[in-house]
Design a protein around this ligand. Structure first.
Ligand SMILES: [Zn+2]
Length: 283
């Protein structure tokens, strides 16, 4: 059995253009003010989950948006910014649980669920995946552990499964991969590994999948699109934009060292199907 990746789209988000991109050197308070005062809407972006088939089992990278985001009480009423800054396009059939079962996969049979970070559009499917071993970087959980703070940071902790108790990814003893010094093996054969890609949030992780045909870099939200990656543009919601720039430069550096296909969570095109290798530009 070979390693393959399938993309599962769990609806779309329409947000303010200022959330997608802002200059990295703009002060944080001004970045936030731009988002809150932005009255225009960007084109809707897909919320993608990645299903990796591996001989050791199926691995899910991220859990996507919940169809319940459209429910009136999904986000706490005391935190109106979710609805003021984002609109959702998703129906019941697009939740991750339903889509996995359509493929004949029971959540409890997954080898692992890796969550890039706990923002609501990456953790929304967690209630559908109870029983699946769930992993994230300890740094992400620490940053989002306190529910009030997590909500301010763009998570919806009250929607996580009761007694949500994810496991932390364990660093491997082996050498790193390119500029990523620390790797977190997901499979015993080392073909699927997580790496730290902080910036969008502190404990963010991405996945590298060494398939037979090529190597895939699943960025999560380390970048919103291959174009942003190439231009080293940072999103408008990070509170550590310079760290985010550092991370995208590492991804570009890796792309100079080995051929990779880049698959961001919110950027849909033919790169997976056509295995289009990313050729980084030097700025
Ligand atoms: Zn996201």
């Amino acid at each position: 059995m070979s390693i393959s990746i399938r993309i599962i789209e769990t609806g779309k988000i329409q947000c303010r253009p200022s959330m997608l991109q802002q200059p990295a050197d703009r002060p944080i308070w001004l970045r936030q003010l731009r988002v809150l005062s932005d009255r225009s809407w960007a084109e809707p972006i897909p919320v993608q989950v990645f299903l990796i088939s591996h001989p050791e089992g199926n691995i899910l990278f991220d859990t996507g948006l919940s169809p319940h985001t459209k429910d009136k009480d999904y986000f706490p009423s005391w935190m109106p910014t979710f609805r003021l800054t984002s609109r959702f396009e998703i129906d019941e059939s697009q939740g991750i649980g339903v889509q996995l079962r359509e493929k004949g996969i029971e959540p409890k049979d997954l080898k692992a669920v890796i969550v890039s970070h706990l923002h609501y559009d990456h953790s929304g499917g967690l209630p559908d995946l109870i029983g699946a071993p769930t992993f994230l970087l300890e740094g992400d959980y620490k940053a989002f552990k306190e529910p009030l703070h997590a909500t301010f940071e763009g998570a919806s902790p009250h929607q996580w499964p009761k007694n949500f108790d994810p496991s932390f990814l364990k660093a491997g003893a082996g050498a790193g991969i390119g500029p990523f010094e620390q790797i977190y093996p997901i499979t015993a054969d080392g073909k699927v590994v997580a790496v730290q890609t902080p910036g969008h949030v502190p404990g963010h992780c991405s996945l590298i999948v060494f398939a037979e045909d090529t190597t895939y870099f699943l960025t999560g939200d380390a970048t919103y699109s291959q174009e942003y990656l190439d231009r080293e543009l940072t999103d408008g919601v990070t509170e550590t934009p310079m760290q985010a720039v550092d991370t995208v430069r590492k991804i570009k550096q890796l792309a100079r060292q080995m051929p990779i296909v880049v698959l961001p969570a919110h950027d849909k095109d033919r790169r997976l199907q056509e295995r289009i290798i990313y050729n980084p530009t030097t700025l």
